[in-house]
Design a protein around this ligand. Sequence first.
Ligand code: AMP
Length: 417
Amino acid sequence: MTTLTFTELGVAEPLRRVLVAENYTTPTPIQTQAIPLLLAGRDILGIAQTGTGKTAAFALPILQRLAEAKAPVAPHSALALILAPTRELALQIGDSLATYGRHLGLRHTVIMGGVKANAQIKAMARGVHILVATPGRLLDLVNQRQIRLDKAATLVLDEADRMLDMGFVRDVRKIVAFLPKVRQSLLFSATMPNDVAKLAGEILHNPTRVEVSPRTMTADRVEQSVFFVDTAAKRDLLGQLLKAPEMSRVIVFTRTKHGANKVAKQLGLTGVEAEAIHGNKSQSARQRALERFRSGDARVLVATDIAARGLDVDDVSHVINYELPNEPESYVHRIGRTARAGAGGIALSFCDPSERAYLRDIEKLTKTPIKVAAGQPVRATAAPSARPAASNASRAAATAPQTRRRRFDDGRAHRAA
Ligand code: AMP
């Protein structure tokens, strides 16, 4: 595909000025495909994950069309609705709208659970051009007649697969029933299981399918390796690895909330500033943790998959999969945190004997074998763990520093290129 400019895609001047200021020199593939279609009013089914630039792909055309239409905003109403599964993602979309739309004079607000509703109700009193919301709280406020959706002629369902995983499908259907029948609808999803395809069929009208493969968009740019290590040795391995100053901003993933707390606590005991985020934490605690991580006060963020969904933090130097995810798609999401638009990144995975099946599923999905970290015994896929796990672990820990340095040289060369 020839590379088109934002001007050639039809993006208007006040938005282009922001893109220049934000250093968006070239549209990403999802932007190249989606922007002209959306400006023309088409529905799209977008298969793209976070990290591909999909937020701008839908936010820019929506902002532009609303700015051009100059339609009045009614009290308690919105002209466009963006649904997101998590609070973090909703807030990030809100931030993106504020950034991209800063010369347009449009209003937007974010409605989400986990915080008091009063300020949200107040923000909606005058109405907004764009409402970003998580489904549960939105439905509550619609039922309380604090929000009306009958003017929302543009709908975005972001991360639809996660929305369904989190059990929001009934809420989503109820919300869609409040919207005008004639509207522009967009659905984005990283994966397209049957239930998402079914929902897309109900919501979208004659959509164009636009797709960017996660592998070429993110995974290919991330340098990945795996340590075969016993569960009990993971803690020491993590401590060893984190001694490297190059590990400047690290997200450590666990499968469970409990695991995230435990790892953050252990790191704290060894003097590493770490924050945990997961679904059991209040919204303000999650925001605080994220701020400390963003500002660099905490070098490590320990996160579960759901909490980290859509996390957009620049310059994450490493992603460490302390525990491998049981859903292979989550692996691609996770490692995408360290390769934000254009940059390369490094992802290290700890695989204990019980996680080998997860590793195989991941490699099947990405169609790429993950290389074994240097100094590790070569993996025998057919006969896993011929060697006692503990000896793998101690080798991994012992060889970690030199593995790390080598990888970093590669990483720098990659970045400079
Ligand atoms: P998203 O997939 O929407 O989460 O975007 C991932 C990241 O890429 C965000 O930090 C955006 O600010 C950034 N981004 C989006 N589009 C571009 C672009 N065309 N050029 C450079 N960065 C971009």
